[in-house]
Design a protein around this ligand. Structure first.
Ligand code: NAD
Ligand code: FES
Length: 295
C-alpha cells in the first residue's frame, strides 16, 4: 500500500496528492508517469509525475476527475492509501537525458495548458536546478483554474500567465501569447507544449509558422499505460509508436492530432476497438481484455 501524506484541492476540480513511494522517487525523472490504482477493483490510471523528493521518498501527482476511478481518488484523504502506485514508466523528457552542455545552449519555452502545468513544472524545475533558464506560458480558462503559479514563478526566468476570459494575467489562449512573444522579438530554440490535445494541436500549428521545434506529451491518449491495450498507438511521421512505452513525449510537428483525437473517441466503444483491431492487426497490441486483440 502507498500512503497518501497530503491531499488538497488546488481548484474546484483539480487535486494534488503527495504519496509515499520511495522506489519511484529514487529513480524517476521529469516526463515519466506512474500508474495509480485506488483499490483491488479500481481502474489503472496513468498520471504524469508532477514533483518528486528523493530524500523524503515522495511523489506528487495532480489530477482532474474524468471518470469513476479518478472521482474516487478525490475522496481520499491524508492517511488513506493507494493499492498500487507503479513507476516510473515511460521515457524521461529528452531535456533531462541529453548532454547537459547541449541543453545549456537551448532557450526553451514551455507552454502549459490547465492541468498540463503539472507535468511541465518538474521539467522547468530540473532545468533551473541545473542552472538553465527557461520561460513558460501557463494558460487556464479563468483565474481560479490557474495552478502551481508560485511554484512555476520560482523556477522560470519569465512566466507569462494567461486566461481565456482575461480574468487574470494576459487575455487569450496560450497560442496568442506565443504569437505575442514572437512579435516582441523573443528567440527560442525549442517549445515544450503540454495540455489538452486541442491545445497541443494549435500550439504546433502556431510554432510551425516560426519554424520552432515543438515537443508535446501524448499522455491523454493512454489507457493502461503498459503497452498492452493498444489505445495509445499513434503515427509519428511514418512510424508506429505507443505513447506509454515510446513516449509520452514526441515531436509535435510529426503528429496528426486529428487522427489521435478521432482514435480516442473510437477506442471508447467496443465496436470502435474491434474496428481498430481489424485495421491495425498485429500493431494494435491488445491484451486489455476489452478488444480481444491478444486472443
Ligand atoms: P483547458 O481546456 O482548461 O485548457 C487549458 C488551456 O489550453 C486554455 O486556457 C488555453 O490557453 C489552451 N487551449 C485550449 N484550447 C485551445 C485551442 N483550441 N487553441 C489554443 N489554446 C487552447 O484544460 P484543462 O481542462 O485543464 O485540461 C484538461 C485536459 O488536459 C485533459 O483532457 C487531459 O487529458 C489533458 N492533460 C494533458 C496532459 C499531457 O500530458 N498532455 C497532462 C495533463 C492533462
Ligand atoms: Fe499504451 Fe495501453 S496505454 S498500450
Amino acid at each position: 500500500m502507498y500512503s497518501i501524506l497530503k491531499a488538497e484541492a488546488l481548484t474546484s476540480n483539480i487535486y494534488l496528492m503527495v504519496v509515499e513511494a520511495p522506489r519511484v522517487a529514487k529513480h524517476c525523472l521529469p516526463g515519466q508517469f506512474v500508474i495509480v490504482k485506488a483499490d483491488e477493483v479500481g481502474e489503472r490510471i496513468p498520471l504524469t509525475i508532477c514533483d518528486y523528493d528523493r530524500e523524503a521518498g515522495t511523489i506528487t501527482i495532480v489530477f482532474q476527475p474524468v471518470g469513476a476511478s479518478t472521482e474516487k481518488f478525490t475522496k481520499l484523504k491524508a492517511g488513506d492509501s493507494f493499492q498500487d502506485f507503479v513507476g516510473p514508466l515511460g521515457r524521461p523528457s529528452e531535456l533531462c537525458t541529453e548532454d547537459l552542455e547541449e541543453v545549456k545552449k537551448k532557450h526553451v519555452l514551455f507552454v502549459a495548458g490547465g492541468v498540463g502545468t503539472a507535468p511541465v513544472y518538474p521539467q522547468v524545475k530540473w532545468l533551473h536546478e541545473h542552472g538553465i533558464k527557461a520561460d513558460a506560458i501557463v494558460g487556464a480558462k479563468t483565474k481560479d483554474l490557474v495552478i502551481l503559479e508560485k511554484e512555476m514563478e520560482a523556477v522560470c526566468d519569465n512566466l507569462y500567465v494567461t486566461t481565456d476570459d482575461g480574468s487574470y494575467g494576459r487575455h487569450g489562449m496560450v497560442t496568442k501569447v506565443i504569437d505575442d512573444l514572437m512579435a516582441e522579438g523573443k528567440h527560442y530554440d525549442l517549445v515544450v507544449a503540454i495540455g489538452p490535445m486541442i491545445m497541443m494541436k494549435f500550439c504546433c500549428l502556431t510554432t510551425k509558422k516560426y519554424d520552432l521545434p515543438t515537443i508535446v506529451s501524448m499522455n491523454p491518449i493512454m489507457v493502461d499505460g503498459t503497452g498492452m491495450c493498444g489505445a495509445c498507438r499513434l503515427m509519428v511521421g511514418d512510424e508506429v509508436k505507443f505513447a506509454c512505452v515510446d513516449g509520452p513525449e514526441f515531436d509535435g510537428h510529426k503528429i496528426d492530432f486529428d487522427a489521435c483525437m478521432k482514435r480516442q473517441q473510437l477506442y471508447k466503444t467496443e465496436e470502435g476497438r474491434a474496428l481498430l483491431k481489424l485495421r491495425e492487426g498485429d500493431t494494435h497490441h491488445g491484451g486489455c481484455g476489452n478488444c480481444g486483440g491478444d486472443k
